[in-house]
Write a protein that binds this ligand. Structure first.
Ligand code: KIV
Length: 313
């Protein structure tokens, strides 16, 4: 990450009072933690407990922007947590970026529980949001609650994300009423790839823009604590952001959202092949890892590894 103009990242300390890894992250203060004080900033500002959805609401009121990244495993998540990223998304983009599928559609609840639990174990400070995968919430609000509760109980995440506006409002209401914080996701919703026939930009034209605005207001009224806007015109995302009290999280939605999210493998140069044009690449890990693997292979083949210092006698 480029820290340039951002506040210094805070390596999360682990005072005796901090929430144990995997502790529930949704509610009020961790028992025993000196928690009541509102953080002065979200990025690097909450050090003694997990970030909560209430911290995100406060950041919106302060006008503070924040970064979110995806994560799918414990070691990568711990790097982002130590870099001060306040919210990590265990996206069902794990399907394409971690599990080797072509789309997010095949991802299952069991896979999301396993990946999310690893991310929770690898972190101490970030709010962990896990995606409800395709087919795990569309049947009924009861199905949404059943699977949302699994992610909180079995994986220990602090919130879930699901796709859809008006069509998902009842599921959001059911989850929120039961105490499951929900991040909504509008615009390009990748679980609908088969209906969209690809990944086209959404919200273009008056009718589509009005529908997106209606969807955004509906998910906010249903109780969502934030809404992802994916691949929508920047002007529309700005309008949605100005008209909502909850934070918008943009991905390919221009600079005026309250927060931004990127898929970590795109952001860090681990993705093979092309990445969407809205991605900025901050590292070239694919080249770095490939070079390391080739250097290791050359040492093994040439007999210079293991050397004396890598051997027991
Ligand atoms: O699954 C995912 O990673 C997402 C982000 C692209 C927002 O939904």
């Amino acid at each position: 990450m480029q820290n340039g103009s951002l506040p210094p990242a805070v390596a999360p300390s682990t005072p005796a009072t901090s929430a144990p890894t995997g502790a529930a992250t949704t509610g009020g203060p961790t028992p025993g933690a000196p928690s009541a004080k509102a953080p002065t900033s979200l990025y690097g500002g909450v050090t003694s407990r997990r970030v909560t959805v209430r911290d995100l609401a406060s950041a919106k009121r302060r006008g503070e922007r924040w970064p979110m990244l995806t994560a799918y495993d414990a070691p990568t998540a711990s790097v982002f947590d130590e870099a001060g990223i306040p919210v990590l998304l265990v996206g069902d983009s794990a399907g394409n970026c971690h599990l080797g599928y072509e789309t997010t559609v095949p991802v299952t609840m069991d896979q999301m529980v396993m990946l999310s639990a690893a991310v929770v174990r690898g972190t101490k400070r970030a709010l962990i949001v896990a995606d409800l995968p395709f087919g795990s919430y569309q049947e009924s609000p009861a199905q949404a609650l059943h699977n949302g509760a699994r992610l909180l109980k079995e994986a220990g995440v602090g919130a879930v994300k699901l796709e859809g506006g008006e069509r998902s409002a009842h599921a959001i209401e059911q989850l929120v009423q039961a105490g499951v914080p929900v991040m909504a996701h509008l615009g390009l919703t990748p679980q609908s790839v088969n209906a969209f026939g690809g990944y086209p930009v959404q919200g273009r034209g008056d009718e589509a823009a009005h529908q997106l605005l209606r969807d955004a207001k509906t998910v906010a009224s249903a109780g969502a604590f934030a809404v992802v806007l994916e691949a929508v015109p920047a002007e529309l995302a700005a309008q949605v952001t100005a008209s909502l009290q909850i934070p918008t999280v943009g991905i390919g939605a221009g600079p005026d959202c309250d927060a931004q999210v990127l898929v970590w493998t795109d952001m860090a140069g681990m993705t093979s092949g092309s990445v969407p044009s809205f991605v900025k690449q901050y590292a070239d890990l694919r080249t770095t890892l490939g070079d390391a693997a080739r250097a290791y292979a050359a040492d093994v083949i040439g007999g210079s590894f293991p050397a004396a210092e890598h051997s027991f006698h």
